[in-house]
Ligand binder design. Structure first.
Ligand code: ATP
Ligand code: MG
Length: 429
């Protein structure tokens, strides 16, 4: 009997047809990050629940309602990571990577949040992110922003808008919080239910509400900028000035706050209009107090995380060819050719380590094999039958209208392929 067990709601298989986009995104990102001196770090998917409740904040959406947290068989309270920063900071503290030496790190991996699945919002999703420790800024703030811009450019993603804001210091934010709460309390009855709930728990989050009535109310609310002191303003102005000199377009969005408690000073997001309601593809900011809170000593940090699902959806708007498709398909006819073919394929892979070669399996007529060769997307079919084996050559048949078939001596085959296979342009990343 067939089993009807399916994927869990909000969790998706990434199938072979789609995977080329993911590979391109991840390989281009790894190259761009490494070109700025970043090293990769990998941390466990499961961590102690406390790590997240303490780092992210008890009254954030993630901790209040989205986290997959449970007790394991040994009675330990553990959680599937909902984001990457908390784990990277934990690892950096645990292995003595902080204090006295700066670090530029990047990570990628699955994150888990039990929220309502919709376009661009899944329960298992993937992030690529960076965390930088040990630079007080604002130079590094500018550098990580241009680095992300470079990545969009290298991926061919257009139409992203950079929004940026300053949250100021913790004490400035606390004094703003009081002013905001006082104002919103005076208009409590006009707030939407969600914002009423947030007013006591996490009032700053109300600033990025999507509710139109509450938004209208916010136009008369005190602005965060009004509570910033001279240092915070000077910091922000310096960053803005660097971005202008570097040619990075941005919008100052005074309502931009981040959903996580640990941010201060710089916060930013890249947004697109092309993905419906879930338009934020990358978000980040400075979190100078997080490390002090976790590790006991002050040490600055800044980072961002991008949603791979959303980026892949944008990348798909342009065609992608080449990655994963074989360049040559080996057609094998005659009794001795299957083994001879396996041998030839191994030698070719030695000679051309980047060659993508698919060998025919399980026999079949010439006609059937050429049909498979064509369907594979390969540029050339290599034919190895008894005649070729006897004369130590291979027949090469172009499959995409690039001329007549030719016979190539075995000794010259690698060189022939090297000069005739056309490089897929989009594989350049
Ligand atoms: P949102 O307001 O969309 O819920 P967030 O503030 O919760 O975003 P972050 O924690 O900043 O998101 O995560 C960084 C990025 O990761 C987001 O901008 C988005 O691209 C992606 N992301 C976050 N949650 C999801 C999800 N459930 N599914 C897919 N991508 C996500
Ligand atoms: Mg969210």
């Amino acid at each position: 009997m067939t089993d009807k067990i399916r994927t869990i709601k909000g969790m998706h298989d990434l199938l072979p047809n789609d995977i080329s986009w993911w590979q391109k995104l991840e390989s281009v990102a790894a190259k761009v990050f490494s070109s700025y001196g970043y090293a990769e770090i990998r941390t466990p998917i499961l961590e102690k629940t406390q790590l997240f409740t303490h780092s992210i904040g008890e009254s954030t959406d993630i901790v209040e309602k989205e986290m997959y947290a449970f007790e394991d068989r040994g009675g330990e309270h553990i959680a599937l990571r909902p984001e990457g920063t908390a784990g990277v900071v934990r690892a950096a503290l645990e292995h003595g990577l902080l204090f006295g030496q700066p670090q530029r790190l990047w990570y990628r991996g699955s994150m888990f949040r039990r929220e309502r699945p919709q376009r661009g919002r899944t329960r298992q999703f993937h992030q690529l992110g960076v965390e930088v420790f040990g630079f007080a800024g604002p130079d590094i703030d500018a550098e990580i922003i241009v680095m992300a811009e470079r990545l969009w450019h290298r991926l061919g993603i257009k139409g992203l808008r950079l929004e940026i804001n300053s949250l100021g210091s913790n004490s400035e934010r606390a004094s703003y919080r009081e002013k905001l709460v006082a104002y919103l309390r005076s208009r409590f009855d006009e707030l939407d239910a969600d914002s009423q709930h947030r007013l006591e728990r996490n009032p700053l989050r109300i600033l990025d509400t999507k509710n139109p009535t509450t938004r209208e109310l916010l136009t008369q609310a005190p602005l965060l900028q009004g509570s910033l002191g001279d240092d915070s303003r000077a910091y922000f102005d310096k960053l803005i000035n660097s971005l202008e000199k570097l040619g990075v377009a941005y919008t100052h969005n005074p309502f931009l706050v981040r959903g996580l408690d640990y941010y201060s000073d710089t916060v930013f997001e890249w947004v697109t209009d092309e993905l419906g309601a879930q338009g934020t593809v990358c978000a980040g900011g400075r979190y100078d107090s997080l490390i002090q809170q976790r590790g006991g000593k002050p040490w600055p940090g800044i980072g961002f995380a991008m949603g791979e699902e959303r980026l892949v959806e944008l990348m798909r708007q342009e065609p992608l060819t080449g990655i994963g498709t074989p360049e040559v398909y080996l057609v094998l006819a005659g009794d001795e050719s299957p083994l001879a073919g396996l041998q030839l394929a191994e030698v070719l892979r030695d000679e051309l380590p980047n060659l993508r070669l698919q060998s025919n399996m399980d026999g079949g007529s010439f006609k059937a094999q050429f049909k498979r060769a064509d369907r594979s997307g390969a540029q050339f079919a290599l034919v190895l039958a008894s005649g070729e084996i006897a004369s130590n050559c291979v027949t090469v048949k172009p499959l995409r209208g690039q001329g007549e078939q030719v016979s190539v001596a075995r000794a010259e085959l690698a060189q022939w392929l090297r000069t005739h296979i056309s490089q897929p342009i989009t594989n350049a990343g």
